[in-house]
Design a protein. Structure first.
Length: 425
């Protein structure tokens, strides 16, 4: 489908163009494998001389519809859908780094990503330096080493909802000659398209607002296709012969699609983190309402944040849509809406937070965030539990902090539920 259409139109229709007599709705191709008439045809696929599906660990027609839709929504040249948001981050790291390499990441990121980069990747020799994303440009740039392979940050951080200074981060990445990789899970392309602000690669946990109904785990890596790996000289995995593919050089064979080709034929082939077709089918269906949902999540959250910030039992509210927020100016610059997630601290510290959570009736206590139903979580005792006190502080987690994910129910019902729960503090 022609990508000149508006995002709302692409969300509904991109990725699947049925031919005469084919189903209007993309079919669920629940098959691991694909039949070919001759041995040579299959051999050509294995040699990457021909394009086509041959095994679902590498590609699947239903997953491909989702990949093409997300690429269109983000303004990228292509995408690779994987089993979770964690798999998306891992795919980028495995595709760009080897043992001995280094990553610079904003410290204010999702706790699972902090663990992945700070601990699991470190165990296999890929080290990460975490930087305060609000630190001066020179300080962040100083964290970059000759072996640094990418800079990682979130558009709107989970759970501290800080808005990334894209201008600063893209300048730093450009000067260093390395890609800027952005986790755009919370805004989704409906509220921010990081490629327009200097990102080279965008990841999403589609488990969150992209799916939006809390039914399927998934992740996706979208490539803008403009980073010049050959002239950067820092990515031998992409620019020198791959012995596991008969000496194929990705940048020579695939040009601007080198990153995605290697992610699929190397990382997916070997680590096997493909998205399941059923999850892709559901996520793709749910993406049809992405623009509508993100608008409503944002407007509901704005009203809830305003309500909470004037509530006598609430100590503080952190939502970039509030004019009092230090993130507000950047939110206006980079976001079309501030999404549905905020944090707030009720009076009474950790105990107060627990009281509020236990008294809520409509909002459920869930580990999840960013779906149609309003939910709450106490990160200090759950998602960020494995982090040390110092690590918790560095990611912005306070003991009384409640992460509130505002759904698309009627906002008056959400506010009444919170008002009632706060009476018990
Ligand atoms: C949830 C989340 C992830 C991890 O995604 P999963 O699908 O749960 O693996 C990564 N980044 C952000 C910002 C998230 O919110």
């Amino acid at each position: 489908m022609d990508n000149k259409y508006h995002l709302e139109t692409l969300a509904v229709q991109a990725g699947w163009n049925p031919k005469n007599g084919e189903p209007r709705v993309q079919p669920l191709v629940q098959s691991t494998t694909y039949k070919y008439a001759t041995a040579q045809e299959l051999a050509d696929l294995f040699d990457l001389k021909a394009a086509g599906h041959f095994y679902t660990r590498l590609s699947n027609p239903t997953v491909e519809v989702l990949e093409n839709k997300m690429a269109a929504l983000c303004g990228g040249i292509g995408a690779i859908a994987v089993s979770s948001g964690q798999a998306a981050t891992s795919t980028v790291a495995f595709n760009l780094c080897s043992a001995g390499d280094h990553i610079v990441s904003a410290s204010t990121i999702y706790g699972g990503s902090t663990n992945l980069l700070g601990h699991s990747m470190a165990k296999i020799g890929i080290e990460t330096t975490f930087v305060d994303q609000d630190a001066p440009e020179s300080e962040i740039a100083a964290a970059i080493r000759p072996n640094t392979k990418f800079i990682f940050a979130e558009t709107l951080s989970n759970p501290s909802v800080k808005v990334l200074d894209f201008d600063k981060f893209s300048r730093i990445a450009k000067a260093a000659g390395i890609p800027l990789v952005i986790d755009n899970t919370f805004p989704t392309p409906a509220l921010c398209r990081p490629f327009e602000f200097g990102a080279d690669i965008v990841t999403h946990s589609t488990s969150k607002f992209a799916d939006g109904h809390a039914c399927s785990l998934g992740g996706i890596v979208v490539d803008k296709g403009t980073f010049d790996y050959a002239s950067s000289g820092k990515f031998p995995g992409l620019t020198t012969p791959d012995p596991s593919y008969h000496g194929l050089v990705y940048t020579e064979t695939f040009g601007s699609a080198a990153f995605l080709a290697k992610a699929r034929t190397h990382v997916m082939r070997d680590f096997g983190m493909m998205m399941a077709p059923m999850n892709a089918w559901l996520t793709n269906m749910n993406l049809e309402t992405l623009a509508l949902r993100m608008e409503r999540h944002s407007s509901n959250a704005q009203k809830v944040a305003e309500f909470l910030s004037s509530h006598p039992k609430v100590e503080w509210v952190n939502y970039p849509g509030l004019e009092s927020s230090p993130e507000h100016e950047r939110a206006k610059k980079y976001l079309k809406g501030c999404s549905g997630v905020m944090t707030f601290g009720p009076k009474g510290g950790r105990k107060g937070a627990e009281k509020v959570m236990d008294s809520l009736k409509l909002a459920a206590i869930v580990c999840h965030v960013a779906d149609a139903r309003t939910g709450v979580l106490h990160p200090a005792s759950t998602t960020h539990r494995q982090l040390s006190d110092e690590e918790q502080k560095a990611t912005g987690i306070l003991p009384e902090l409640i992460r509130l994910s505002v759904g698309i129910e009627h906002v008056d019902d959400i506010i009444a539920d919170l008002d009632n729960a706060l009476k018990n503090v």
